[in-house]
Design a protein around this ligand. Structure first.
Ligand code: ATP
Ligand code: MG
Length: 745
């Protein structure tokens, strides 16, 4: 049993303490959501250092998102002396770090760059035209999917050619293999690697160069993996190799929260752990410390509908709490307003905005929610979505930086050679590319030799000037810190002048570039290293996840509601959670509906993840009509609601309990306002929303100055409620109700 008297372990329950006291050898902590897996992992690390005398510099902990890694670092800093020596990172950042240090052993040249999704697409667009068998209706996105899955599963082009299925994502396997082969060759020629490579190349490095593996193992004698259920084959192999010498591997996970199958995650990795490590100690945690009993009841009831699962118990520690609420809104806007209304109310009752989160299935859903919140005067920060580092101007300047560091990066060159325009047209570029190919050299080299080698007929001086500019930038990249370097690039590239000509929009882009310089400055305060290291971090941030929010939301006050996808919410917790869009076609997703039972089970797990983020209050919403892909269609309740039916209260827009009728709403006449009518119903005092909802469309009102008029539209909530009124004497006016001094006529 657990050592008694340890002040650290006394903050855990008995089984958690046993797991945290696990010293050497393999161990598996397998348990449901909110049972303290991550807490146990962190306490185990602290206990290793304090009780067993393990040096923090020998401990590795891997998580899935930068946000989770940052949170883990923060929590460990309070518990572990010398915590800054702990190696806590995502799989991808661990890969970058290892490849930067030792990549030369497998032929990666110094200065290699990391291609993100867009770069990958650019490169694919370049090569796909010339691959027989790839037709015009194949998109780069499809090809990226093929590459991504192949890499997740550690498959080579040859493996693809031999795969069991004659077709891969609709392409004959030989064609897919050939595409993969050419893509790899081109990418290597440009001294670049992609996200998948961060893991697969590290695996290759470990396999081919045992000396390197040994060195890295010294830095990772005790290995921890959180969210182990979401590891794919490549990550699994990376972990296995790392742990193969000392065998001190502790993994924690919950098979019911496996939500990355579409990216190659294999639930079997956690289920097979005991097969891989027959001597593994297994710890099962059975108490949920996070959620109220009513939230947990719904979670348990939902997940029982999955057939492919390991049965486990999860008992609440907390009391019943407030009932879970479900609301069906007339449309997506009314749904957003409902959420905003409740947030306003709860905030008014003293609940900080930071304690509330709105979760959705797809990024596209965030816009409407955001708008409702904005109208309600509620600050919101979005995690994920189109991020700061995805913006055109930012990507352009980063491309300059990449080319400055890696002259072989043709993708970067092609991106920026016309931004701003330098009088190098498409024909000239074609010629330069042809010459580079023929002479097996880089595009930049071709630019430099344009005059000397007579590569283009007219204006050959232009590419030469461009090459000279890049030479100056390369020098700057060597000698400057990131922030002054970016200032240099923005100035000398002529980009600033380009933006000056773009008017209003250019102004915004300029501000974003300022922000990039700020980000670089901030980065230098927190990190060692040069331009190169900054680029690595930026590349990681713009991918899989989420920390980019920090820059993106700079204008958002600290005190804000969090908006994010269900995927991004993994591992997090909030006192109040809204899950919007619980409809067929969203949750479960449209894709899952056509794919079949396995895909539905994954969606169910995703919903389970969402529900179990809630500590005290959970709101589920759906819309009767929803705009998707530019069209408004009738929506149907999620089948998952039926599965948990009876365990939640259904409330109307005023917070009144109404009867839930599964899916039969088409024949059910709602007592809530019809779409477009605004908040028109009689005012009830119990409503969270009605206090300020005194006006409705069509109503006659009177204004002290404009006289009598008719309300055309009502928008916003609370303090921010606005009415659009037509006054025969003064025209149409938009007025803030709070100040308008209106009265009913
Ligand atoms: P998930 O599956 O969602 O990742 P988890 O199993 O990792 O959840 P944690 O995040 O570690 O769960 O813990 C959930 C919450 O319960 C946290 O707020 C944590 O501090 C709290 N908690 C866990 N165990 C205990 C305990 N023994 N005493 C008090 N609080 C606890
Ligand atoms: Mg966790």
């Amino acid at each position: 049993s657990a050592p008694s008297g340890s002040p650290l372990l006394s903050q855990l329950n008995e089984t958690q303490a046993q797991a945290a006291d696990h010293f050497t050898g393999p161990a598996l902590v397998i348990a449901g959501a909110g049972s303290g897996k991550t807490r146990t992992l962190i306490y185990r690390i602290a206990h290793l250092t304090q009780h067993y005398g393990v040096h923090p510099g020998e401990i590795l902990a891997v998580t899935f998102t930068n946000k989770a890694a940052a949170e883990m670092r923060e929590r460990a800093s309070h518990l572990v002396p010398g915590a800054n020596e702990l190696w806590m990172s995502t799989f991808h950042s661990a890969g970058v770090r290892i490849l930067r240090a030792y990549g030369e052993h497998i032929g990666l040249r110094r200065g290699f760059v990391i291609y993100d999704d867009d770069d990958q697409s650019d490169l694919l667009k370049e090569i796909m035209g010339s691959i027989p068998g790839i037709g015009p209706d194949t998109t780069p996105r499809t090809l990226r999917g093929i590459l991504d899955r192949a890499k997740s599963n550690l498959l080579t082009p040859d493996d693809l050619a031999r795969s069991g299925d004659p077709y891969i994502s609709g392409l004959p396997r030989e064609v897919a293999a050939e595409m993969y082969r050419r893509y790899e060759a081109r990418k290597r020629g440009q001294n670049a690697i992609d996200f998948g490579d961060l893991i697969t190349e590290t695996v290759r490095l470990f396999r081919e160069v045992p000396g390197v593996l040994d060195k890295v193992q010294n830095r990772a004698r005790f290995i921890h993996v959180d969210e182990y259920q979401d590891t794919n084959k490549a990550q699994y192999e990376l972990t296995r190799l790392l742990a193969s010498r000392d065998r001190n591997l502790l993994v924690v996970g919950d098979p019911d929260q496996s939500i990355y199958k579409f990216r190659g995650a294999d639930i079997q990795n956690i289920l097979d752990f005991q097969k891989d490590y027959p001597d593994a100690k297994v710890y099962m945690l059975e108490h949920n410390y996070r959620s109220s009993a009513s939230v947990l009841k719904i979670a348990n009831k939902l997940i029982e509908n999955n057939t492919e699962r390991l049965d486990k118990t999860l008992k609440p520690v907390k009391a019943e709490g407030a009932p879970v609420a479900f609301h069906r809104a007339t449309d997506h806007r009314a749904e957003g307003d409902f959420v905003a209304g409740w947030i306003t109310r709860l905030h008014g009752e003293g609940r900080p905005l930071t304690e509330m989160a709105v979760l959705y299935r797809t990024n596209a859903q965030s816009r409407v929610i955001e708008e409702s919140l904005r109208r309600g005067g509620i600050a919101a920060k979005i995690v994920g979505g189109v991020g700061f580092y995805d913006r055109r101007e930012i990507r352009d300047i980063l491309a300059y930086a990449r080319l400055a560091i890696n002259p072989a990066d043709d993708v970067a060159l092609r991106r920026i050679i016309g931004r701003p325009r330098r009088g190098i047209g498409d024909t000239a570029l074609e010629k330069l590319m042809g010459w580079a190919r023929e002479h097996r050299t880089t595009l930049l080299e071709a630019c430099a030799r344009a005059v000397e080698d007579n590569i283009i007929d007219r204006g050959a001086q232009k590419p030469v000037e461009f090459a000279a500019l890049m030479g100056a930038m390369s020098e700057a990249a060597e000698n400057y810190e990131p922030a002054p370097f970016f200032r240099f690039v923005i100035e000398t590239s002529g980009y600033l002048d380009l933006l000056r000509q773009e008017g209003q929009e250019g102004q915004v882009r300029m501000e974003n570039l300022d922000e990039l310089v700020n980000a670089a400055e901030e980065w230098s305060r927190e990190n060692e290293g040069g331009v190169h290291d900054f680029l690595d971090d930026a590349a990681l941030l713009s991918s899989v996840d989420d920390m980019r929010t920090k820059k993106e939301n700079r204008d958002v006050p600290e005190e804000a509601v969090t908006l994010m996808t269900l995927h991004n919410a993994k591992g997090l917790e909030f006192p109040v959670v809204f899950i919007v869009g619980t409809e067929e076609g969203l949750l479960p997703s449209r894709g899952a509906l056509t794919e079949g039972p396995g895909a539905i089970e994954e969606e169910r797990r995703l919903f389970y993840v969402g529900i179990t983020r809630a500590m005290e209050r959970l709101f589920l919403t759906a819309a009767e009509n929803r705009m998707q892909f530019g069209k408004t269609n009738a929506a149907e309740d999620s089948r998952f609601l039926e599965e948990i039916g009876g365990e939640f209260d259904t409330i109307d827009a005023y917070g009144q309990n109404v009867e839930y009728r599964a899916k039969s709403w088409k024949t059910y006449r709602p007592t809530v306002p019809a779409a477009g009518a605004g908040y028109s119903s009689p005012v009830k005092n119990t409503s969270p929303l009605t206090a300020d909802m005194a006006y409705r469309g069509g109503e006659k009102v009177s204004h002290p100055k404009f006289g009598e008029g008719q309300v055309l539209a009502v928008s916003g909530l609370g303090e921010r409620q606005e009415v659009t009124v037509h006054f025969p004497s003064a025209g149409t006016k938009k007025l803030l109700v709070k100040f308008a001094n209106l009265s009913k006529a």
